[in-house]
Design a protein around this ligand. Sequence first.
Ligand code: PLP
Length: 385
Amino acid sequence: MTDARNREAAVTIPVYGQLPFVPESASGCEILTQDGRRILDLYGGHAVAALGYAHAGLVDAISEQSKKLLFQSNAVALDIRAQAAEKLTSVAPRGLDRAFFVNSGAEANENALRIACMATGRKKVLAISHGFHGRTAAAAAVTWNSDRWYGFPSKPFAVDFIPRDDVDAAMDMIGDDIAAVIFEPVQGIAGAYDLSGEFLRALRSKTEQHGALLIADEVQSGMGRCGEFFATQLHGIEPDILTSAKALGGGIPCGAVLCTHAIAANLGPGDLGSTFGGGPIAAAAIVATIDAIKNENLLQNVRSCELAIRKHCITGPVIRIQGKGLLLGLVCDRAAADVRSSLLEQDILVGGSSDPNVLRVLAPLVLQKQHIEQFAAALKNVSRG
Ligand code: PLP
């Protein structure tokens, strides 16, 4: 029982199927394991490690902030929190000029849905088939197929699912009784399935027509991953509320709900709250992450990596690629789990998805050309296996 996996198994609730290696340290896009392997990480810790590992600007920002002021809650205003909110709203889709900070994607969605119910006074929410929004009560209620693990005796509001990319169904289902429609522009866990621009535009126009709020869940697709700061910007869609987490702090746990000032005007003291949300370490990490994405030209890097992956990685078991930027779904001609195992044997880590034939690439935004060459060569080897 010396291996960390066995020790964790003995003292934690067994809800995770863990990968067969134990990381010791990491730098750039590589993880070094306890037994001396060097693994190319195209998974980025569930799309979290936007700047890769040991990024000097991020590490310095966290370290300096922790020496200066480790924590104060929202009971007081902080310069670093103000900076984080200013920077985040400045890169968000137009109109989203108010931020509320939380700690995770589920917490961001929970609050976004609460805001929508409060703002509209309505009791029904629409989500999109195959979408994932988190594991808290409201976030799980709008997650496709969550009945298998929902766990609570009832859901906090009525929910229905619009079949993805079905414009006619969206037109039929969105009416005056709907508080909000929540969607992921690129459905991450579903296998980086990118919803069509036509469908997204239909959601926008129909919600506007009926006074329902449009919530973009950009927990996975946001913070540069799709080649713009937020994937909705690829389509020129302006949601009423947007949620962010995962890569937001480059690895420090944090999340945010962004909304218009008109929606924020409905809210007052006590309506929302979070002890740790917007803490100084998270705020410093958000500032450093946004600065690095801008200063290191990472949006451009994401776009050129996408082109290179599309050009070189439809090979071996991969027959098609869906998604945007570095949120890509590699559609395989066989079980994705087998391909994933074979790639890991070759020291390359990719993600799985809820689609049994789709692997996910969620690489750090600092990915380099030689990593893509290494990945393409490993995929070719899979085909010989
Ligand atoms: N929304 C999306 C699109 C996600 O992919 C996830 C997590 O995978 C969540 C929400 C939930 O985020 P968290 O695990 O930080 O609660």
